[in-house]
Write a protein that binds this ligand. Structure first.
Ligand SMILES: *Cc1c(COP(=O)(O)O)cnc(C)c1O
Length: 422
């Protein structure tokens, strides 16, 4: 019996990708080995974060980097670093930011559930601009001058949620941040691949960048990266690391923290509740290395083959096996499944996707209902649900194995066969 079955929780077939809700990305063998080996020994965590900083810096081009407990935690720590700097009194007070510069300017169209992470540090978000295209009221989106106009004496920094189609473009936001001497914190949690983004966002001039470790990097689910300017990443480290030591004995890693900046040792900071374990740090660095050096590209042909197998099984009539025979071995009548397969365009180096367009009328069920039925069967199947309103299910192959493909095909064929009397 597996570890999950012992707990009475049925493992699922996850074809939604590396989403947090379903447990993130599967660790690779190399990542698992690193996790296991790291768990067996103890090291000072600040020294390990110093080593992580060197590795992250070399792969991102940033001055420094910190392994966090997720991109969301990286946003909280990044905001805390911008708010407190190296002022120990401020670190002690967060998230109370009364009397401090505490505003973060953000494009209204970039507000999302993860901005909770920034507000958690004590930041106050100040919105700028409009998205008139979504409102159906015009043709323009947020523009750089609008962000600039929202900057005032209380502005601590600028928050930017990265997207290839993001507005204003990153370069223009960097220019605004520079002109006003305010740090730019970029949420790039899900912006990998493309691999270039590991370096390009820092190279464009962002002061701090947050990446997820548990998405395309395929590190442990509860990891992330905060990278950028050393003095800011160092402040984040000070506010996250366990500080129960004596100042006289404390030897922080120079990659992150210069002791001579500090009048004393801060106490546990706002990030202490977002701690990261040695195993998580080591496994994340292993995964990051594989991601950055293109090791994952080797999986793409296998993912393609899985999706082609699913496509071909769904193109065979409902009453027959994959070879086109019915239960008695005769050529089966062509009662087709109520589905057509499509291959959406994905970015270079991205995992291929397969979309299943449901013929809702012929099936007598909506895509949402199919989605629910798939979750409730055995084994439970969780498909990508971002296009249900277009009548489509999305298949993301990251978790697939040959065995899971066979079960998935069985479940899909059962739920997508129109009733016999249609
Ligand atoms: C996934 C995501 C996050 C959160 O990342 P975690 O690593 O799960 O904490 C934050 N922002 C955006 C835009 C994301 O897509």
């Amino acid at each position: 019996m597996g570890v999950y079955e012992e707990l009475g929780v049925a493992p699922i077939i996850n074809v939604s990708g590396s989403v947090t809700r379903l447990g993130g990305a599967p660790l690779t063998e190399r990542g698992l080995d690193a996790f296991r080996a790291a768990a067996a020994d103890c090291v000072p965590l600040d020294q390990l974060q110093g080593a992580a900083s060197r590795r992250i810096a070399s792969l991102t081009g940033a001055e420094a980097g910190l392994v966090t407990s997720g991109a969301s935690a990286a946003l909280t720590l990044g905001a805390a670093a911008i708010l407190a700097g190296h002022d120990l009194g401020r670190m002690e007070r967060l998230p109370d930011t009364t009397g401090m510069r505490r505003e973060f300017v953000v494009a209204r169209e970039q507000r999302n559930g993860y901005d909770h992470a920034v507000r958690a540090a004590g930041a106050v978000l100040v919105e700028a601009g409009f998205h008139e295209v979504v409102a159906g009221a015009g043709v323009r989106r947020c523009e750089a001058w609008e962000l600039e106009a929202a900057i005032g004496p209380a502005t601590a920094g600028i928050l930017y949620v990265h997207d290839a189609q993001g507005r204003p473009p990153l370069a223009e936001v960097v220019a605004v941040a520079r002109r006003h001497g305010r740090p730019l914190l970029v949420d790039a949690a899900g912006e990998l691949p493309p691999r270039e983004n590991l370096r390009s966002i820092i190279a464009a001039g962002a002061d701090l960048v947050a990446f997820s470790g548990g998405k395309a990097i395929r590190g442990p689910q509860a990891t992330g990266i905060l990278c950028g300017r050393r003095e800011l990443v160092g402040s984040a480290a000070l506010q996250m690391l366990d500080m129960d030591d004596h100042f006289e004995l404390w030897e922080p890693p120079l990659e992150l923290i210069d002791k001579t900046w500090l009048p004393g040792l801060p106490r546990h900071g706002i990030g202490r509740s977002m701690k990261v374990s040695k195993e998580q740090i080591v496994a994340l660095l292993t995964a990051l290395d594989d991601f950055a050096t293109g090791v994952y590209d080797r999986d793409l042909p296998r993912f393609h083959a899985y999706l082609r197998e699913i496509e071909s099984a769904l193109n065979t009539p409902a009453t027959c096996d994959a070879a086109g025979r019915d239960a008695a071995g005769r050529d089966a009548p062509a009662l087709e499944l109520a589905v057509t397969c499509h291959w959406p365009k994905v970015g270079q180096g991205s995992v291929p996707l397969l979309e299943l367009a449901i013929d809702e009328r012929r099936l007598g069920r909506t895509a949402l209902e199919v989605c629910r039925l798939l979750r409730h069967g055995v084994p439970p199947v969780y498909v990508g649900h971002g296009k249900l309103d277009e009548g489509r299910l999305v298949i993301h192959p990251l978790h697939l194995t040959a065995e899971r493909v066979a079960s998935l095909i069985f479940r899909l064929r059962s739920e997508l066969a129109p009733a016999k009397d249609l």
